[in-house]
Design a protein around this ligand. Structure first.
Ligand SMILES: [Zn+2]
Length: 81
């Protein structure tokens, strides 16, 4: 079971210390709020397990960055996704 690290989206949390780790099953929804203080949190990608330089660019990352994502359709041409 992977360990995820979370931090508050804004400000810091006096209760959980600003960051906390949580062990969650892979198939669970991402945690949206600190279970202690109920502030919105975001997941931190651990540098130890996923080096920043080796992080592959995901399709959603590319789309949010304004790239048009093309999917190869197998016939040598490309379809818009
Ligand atoms: Zn908290």
């Amino acid at each position: 079971m992977p360990i995820y690290e979370y931090e508050p989206r804004d400000g810091d949390c006096k209760i959980c210390g600003g960051r906390f780790e949580l062990r969650r099953p892979m198939d669970r929804e991402p945690l949206e709020a600190c279970p202690v203080c109920k502030k919105p949190v975001r997941k931190i990608v651990s540098a130890a397990t996923t080096p920043r330089v080796a992080k592959p660019l995901s399709i959603s990352d590319a789309k949010s960055a304004g790239f048009q994502v093309l999917k190869r359709n197998g016939g040598g041409s490309y379809d818009k996704q």
